[in-house]
Design a protein around this ligand. Structure first.
Ligand code: ZN
Length: 324
């Protein structure tokens, strides 16, 4: 029998990533299409089905080569019913029947999962998790996402809201307001947006000086990358900001590890590209707050799949469902 492929789909607010992936989790072909969220998102699944068909034609492959579609979507998902509970920025009304819609258009088995959970599954299958079946994945991007895998299964909780690491309260007093309606969430500190906000708080102090302050004076803004770049060059203000971010991340992750004792905690997302300067500082704080048996057994690592984690984890859903 010739090699079979799984379709991995990672639905984002502006682009949808697609990939044909083999049963070893290797991406053979990947491409992107724009996400059309007009007309209450009615075109999203049609466009995905068409994109899969066109790609097969382009590659001169038969549809029989595909054994299923795994798809990650933002927002809370009811896996049993195959519906997306609510996602404002895709235009879908509450309880959009994503699984049924894509299945009826393609006639293939479809599995859906929250996108942060897909990233965690991807890292477990083929990335920094390297097969670890107890894994926590933290995505440090515009926001902070999380995925918790225990004994190979996603931990969902009673309402699909488990693993919301970004909304762990890190500053119970005087924290910045979060998009979720609370204040002082980890996301307000350790996301790219949070890091920039911390920096801007410092610049409102007239005494702020050094390279980072200079970039702000010249451009009127700084990025999270500027903060890490300046810290690497020894800028005192930037180092202080990295220390603050690393403290809150290390503290939160140590407490998560004290609860779950995962084999690995994987840091992914754009902010994690800062690399060792962030990882080393987080590890230092983690060691300080982790229970000794946890400190000795849970390791922290940077994600290795980058933007591919979502499609690979989505494909894993099919591999797991079909037990192949
Ligand atoms: Zn929050």
């Amino acid at each position: 029998m010739s090699e079979q492929w799984i379709v991995g789909v990672d639905l984002g607010g502006t682009t949808t990533k697609l990939a044909f992936i083999n049963l070893n989790g290797e991406i053979l072909h990947k491409w992107e299409i724009p996400t059309d969220n007009s007309d209450e998102g009615q075109n999203i699944t049609t466009n995905i089905a068409n994109a899969i068909d066109s790609k097969l034609v382009e590659l001169k492959e038969q549809k029989a080569k595909l054994i299923g579609i795994g798809m990650g979507a933002p927002g809370p998902i009811d896996n049993e019913k195959g519906v997306v509970l609510n996602v404002v920025n895709l235009g879908w009304k509450d309880n959009f029947p994503l699984q049924e819609s894509l299945h009826s258009l393609t006639d293939l088995p479809v599995e859906i999962e929250n996108d942060a959970n897909c990233a965690a599954l991807g890292e477990m299958w083929d990335g920094a998790g390297s097969g670890a079946r107890d894994l926590v994945c933290v995505t440090l991007g515009t926001g902070v996402g999380g995925g918790v895998i225990a004994n190979g299964n996603i931990v969902r909780g009673i309402n699909g809201a488990a693993g919301e690491i970004g909304h762990i309260t890190s500053k119970p007093f005087g924290g910045a307001p979060c998009n979720c309606g609370k204040s002082g969430c980890l996301e307000t500190i350790a996301s790219a947006t949070g890091i920039v906000r911390l920096a801007e708080d410092e610049f409102s102090n007239a005494e702020a000086k050094g390279q980072l302050a200079l970039i702000f004076a010249e451009n009127g803004r700084v990025t999270a990358k500027d903060v890490f770049d300046c810290a690497r060059k020894g800028d005192e203000l930037a180092k202080k900001l990295v220390d603050e971010v690393a403290f809150h991340l290390g503290f939160a992750l140590a407490n998560i590890a004290n609860t779950l004792n995962p084999e690995k905690i994987v840091l992914g997302g754009g902010v994690s590209r800062a690399g060792d300067i962030l990882l080393d500082a987080v590890k230092e704080n983690f060691s300080m707050y982790a229970f000794s048996a946890v400190r000795e057994s849970t390791t922290l690592a940077l994600a290795t799949l980058g933007n591919d984690a979502g499609v690979i984890g989505a494909a894993w859903l099919i591999k797991n469902k079909l037990s192949i």
